[in-house]
Design a protein around this ligand. Structure first.
Ligand SMILES: NC(=O)c1ccc[n+]([C@@H]2O[C@H](COP(=O)([O-])OP(=O)(O)OC[C@H]3O[C@@H](n4cnc5c(N)ncnc54)[C@H](OP(=O)(O)O)[C@@H]3O)[C@@H](O)[C@H]2O)c1
Length: 240
């Protein structure tokens, strides 16, 4: 990639299972990557070592509207990734399900707003989930729909990606139930693919972080339309 065409990307959620692979693949594609790590992360030095080893740099801006706007205004990235979210197990500090509203929706809305104010020409890449819709009823899906709406209403160009189960043996955080579901459904869909049911496989089989991140990078680098929603089949385009 020539110097003139070098793009810059800001990756929020860089420490997550998907985020790490997005950072690695973007950097390998010659994109200048700023990997965001929350300032109070107890593993900041470990993340710095890993991301700098891949050729990215680390930013620790606080999750605060003014601070995030100032950072994005200074960096002016062409791509802003929002790959964050909590789980019930992880979010022990808030009331049942309140974490989805505060983090999955709240931080996405904050980042989209900061991006629109600080780097309005950037494309915002939001990692949502399969099945999210206006009629979603669970707290998780409702928060994700509100987060999608905040992205659509931000005025930014965007990609919203809706993968199914994201899992693989390389996930560092232990999620045994997710792993079991991934192995079982992966085997079922592999079997279906073998008998020619590729459409079902493409739509519902789990994806791992490398496959998903490859799609999130490739689709963003090639995107020309302003408003793109990628369902699972379009999130399968190989592995980088
Ligand atoms: N897992 C699935 O099967 C699945 C399926 C469809 C969609 N999704 C959605 O896709 C997204 C990414 O999935 P993943 O499995 O890659 O996620 P993950 O490994 O759980 O990573 C989540 C990211 O969000 C950050 N985060 C969580 N709480 C935060 C907080 N309070 N403040 C700031 N940052 C916070 C984490 O930062 P720290 O490392 O600092 O905690 C981490 O970078 C998730 O939001 C998830 O809802 C997941």
């Amino acid at each position: 990639m020539s110097k003139e065409s070098t793009k810059r990307a800001f990756v929020a959620g860089a420490t997550g299972y998907t985020g790490q692979q997005v950072v690695r693949i973007l950097a390998a594609q010659g994109v200048e990557v700023v990997a965001h790590v929350r300032p109070d992360s107890s593993s900041l030095e470990r993340w710095r070592e890993r991301f700098e080893g891949w050729g990215a740099r680390v930013d620790t801006t606080a999750w605060e509207q003014g601070a995030m706007t100032a950072t994005l205004s200074e960096l002016r990235p062409e791509l802003v990734y929002c790959l964050i979210g909590t789980t019930r197990a992880r979010d022990k500090n808030t009331e049942e399900d309140a974490g989805y509203e505060a983090i999955d929706f709240g931080l996405t809305e904050l980042l989209a707003g900061a991006c629109a104010a600080g780097s309005p020409k950037a494309r915002f890449v939001y990692l949502s989930a399969m099945g999210v819709s206006a009629s979603s009823s669970s707290a998780y899906y409702k928060a994700r729909w509100k987060a999608e709406e905040s992205v659509r209403e931000s005025g930014l160009s965007y990609i919203i990606a809706r993968p199914g189960l994201i899992t693989g043996p390389d996930r560092e955080e232990s999620r045994p139930m997710e792993r079991v579901a991934g192995v079982v459904s992966g085997a079922i869909f592999k079997g279906l693919s073998a008998v020619g049911a590729d459409t079902l496989h493409d739509r519902y089989a789990p994806t791992d972080a490398v496959e998903l991140a490859t799609a999130l990078v490739q689709r963003a680098l090639e995107a020309t339309d302003d408003a793109i929603v990628l369902e699972t089949p379009r999130l399968r385009c190989g592995r980088l």
